[in-house]
Design a protein around this ligand. Structure first.
Ligand SMILES: Nc1ncnc2c1ncn2[C@@H]1O[C@H](COP(=O)(O)OP(=O)(O)OP(=O)(O)O)[C@@H](O)[C@H]1O
Ligand SMILES: [Mg+2]
Length: 379
């Protein structure tokens, strides 16, 4: 099996074999690549594999999720900003385009970009210049490889006036289509085996490693597996049922199903009756592919507060006051905070990086804008 550095593309179907050959081909050039396919088919894996097989493998691979980020945040995320350009911009910050110079930028969910952002991106693709938010002069970024992905039909979006045709032609120099799993069922057993090995050879919380693929099971890891699950294998009839299933959520769904089977398994060998009825009972109505839950605006804001250490007053408050995010977004964010704080607003204050003396101000703000959620439900 071919390896792309730490990236493993599992599958021996004709579709996957051809996909790998195509990845090798396009990795040699710097041409822009558009990757399309249903949710969970492996578009990000393909993007990472292209980078890993390319001469840029040692350079940065910079993923940007264009969905679920308010427009102005995305603009400063991609293009960077200069100090003082908006409330909370305390220092100059390079954008992801600048950070991926000499490497590869991966613009995921490109179909969700607003028309204005599409215009800014197009200008960059045409001129190689980026305009930092608040900057007077453009900066040159000349050597970025641009890989994009979407699970939307961009042609339809163009028809609806939601995606720029000129941008479509720019990004779509090479088009890679990742086929849904139900069109390559031969790959199901390999994927099941791959995820079984992964989830039985790691401690429960040890598998969230970002890239999500290519982990190997050292002997030590295997020994730890016994600590939490007896599962080691799957019975042939259970595997056959998995192969017959239509997998509307594609490879990601296989991953989730196998993980659940390992975590909840009480026997060494997974049996047919361990599978959920949806999978086990053949001949059911085939549902339309399901759209996976996207990261929401509240998710992104929460991440800014919790992981990037930004304060509610600089990362959230101005956006709300400028009507760039809605009351619903703030409520969702408070909900996430209360969940983590088990209903304690004082702890929410700390989680959102505010001073203890801000307590009153924070609660007043929430009350005034109808964003104060009853804490009792979180106790
Ligand atoms: N061929 C494959 N071999 C191994 N793992 C895979 C393969 N395809 C997908 N995966 C795994 O399945 C999960 C989903 O893949 P990925 O995130 O690349 O899908 P996606 O097409 O980007 O989905 P979405 O449209 O929802 O963003 C990931 O954990 C990924 O590692
Ligand atoms: Mg993706």
């Amino acid at each position: 099996m071919r390896h792309y550095g730490p990236i493993d593309i599992i599958g021996k179907s004709r579709a996957i074999t051809e996909l790998k050959a195509e990845i090798d081909r396009v990795a040699r050039s710097d041409a822009k690549v558009l990757i399309t396919g249903e949710s969970g088919t492996g578009k990000e894996v393909v993007a990472r594999a292209i980078n890993a097989a390319s001469p840029r493998a040692q350079q940065p691979f910079v993923p940007v999720n264009c969905a679920g980020i308010p427009e102005t945040l995305l603009e400063s995320e991609l293009f960077g900003h200069v100090k003082g350009s908006f409330t909370g911009a305390y220092r100059d910050k390079p954008g992801k385009l600048e950070m991926s110079d000499n490497g590869t930028i991966f613009l995921d969910e490109i179909g969700e970009m607003t028309l204005r952002m599409q215009g800014l991106l197009l200008r960059f693709l045409e001129t190689g210049e980026i305009q930092k938010v608040g900057a007077e002069r453009p900066t040159n970024v000349t050597n970025v490889r641009v890989v994009t992905a979407t699970n939307r039909n961009l042609r339809d979006l163009i028809g609806q006036g939601l995606f720029r045709e000129d941008l479509y032609y720019r990004i779509n120099v090479i088009h890679i289509v990742v086929p849904p799993l139900r069109e390559r069922r031969e790959d199901v057993p390999l994927l099941v085996e791959h995820f079984l090995r992964r989830f039985t050879s790691l401690p429960l919380h040890g598998h969230g490693n970002g890239s999500g693929v290519g982990l190997t099971n050292g002997g030590q890891a295997l020994a730890m597996a016994a600590d939490f699950s007896p599962v080691k294998a799957i019975a042939p009839d259970a595997l056959a049922a998995l192969c017959d299933y239509h997998w509307p959520g594609n490879v990601r769904q296989v991953e989730n199903v196998v993980e659940r089977l390992v975590v909840t398994g009480r026997r060494e060998v997974i049996q047919l009756d361990d599978l959920s009825p949806e999978i086990r009972v053949p001949g059911q109505l085939h549902m339309r592919p399901r759209r996976e839950r996207r990261r929401t605006i509240a998710d992104e804001l929460f991440k800014k507060l919790r992981e990037d250490g930004e304060s509610f007053w600089t990362a959230v408050y101005p956006l709300y006051m400028n009507r760039e995010i809605t009351r619903g977004n703030v409520r969702d964010l408070v909900h996430k905070g209360l969940e983590e704080a088990r209903g304690n607003y004082k702890i929410v204050l700390r989680l959102f990086n505010m001073e203890p003396t801000d307590y009153k101000r924070f609660l007043n703000f929430l009350r005034k804008h109808d964003c104060q959620l009853p804490f009792k439900e979180y106790r």
